[in-house]
Design a protein around this ligand. Structure first.
Ligand SMILES: [Zn+2]
Length: 107
């Protein structure tokens, strides 16, 4: 089992750049610290707790018959305002995301 939280992304806005918040589609200023969330692939409304990513991958993988973690979960960038709303247990820094990716890749 893994902890998760339900979010409500708003896709009405059209981002102007390739770097935008996955929750509100607002562009993220270049140079701002990277903040990341992770969710099951194509399941945009459920964000997985950052400490439970490995558990989530083992949980979800058999259900999806997926071989690679990138067929199971997806990392997305969020802006600082949305990150605050989602909560610190679910938001990773760039460094935490890199560790998490490595961790779920090596099994
Ligand atoms: Zn946002």
């Amino acid at each position: 089992m893994f902890r998760s939280t339900v979010v409500d992304p708003d896709y009405r806005r059209q981002p102007k750049t390739n770097c935008y918040c996955a929750m509100c589609q607002r562009d993220i200023k270049s140079g701002s610290p990277e903040l990341w969330i992770v969710h099951e692939l194509d399941t945009w409304t459920v964000v997985i707790a950052k400490n439970d990513i490995a558990a989530a991958v083992s949980d979800i993988r058999p259900r999806r018959s997926a071989h690679h973690y990138f067929d199971v979960v997806q990392f997305e960038r969020v802006g600082s305002e949305c990150a605050r709303k989602i909560g610190k247990d679910f938001v990773m820094t760039k460094e935490e995301k890199e560790i998490a990716e490595k961790f779920v890749t090596e099994e």
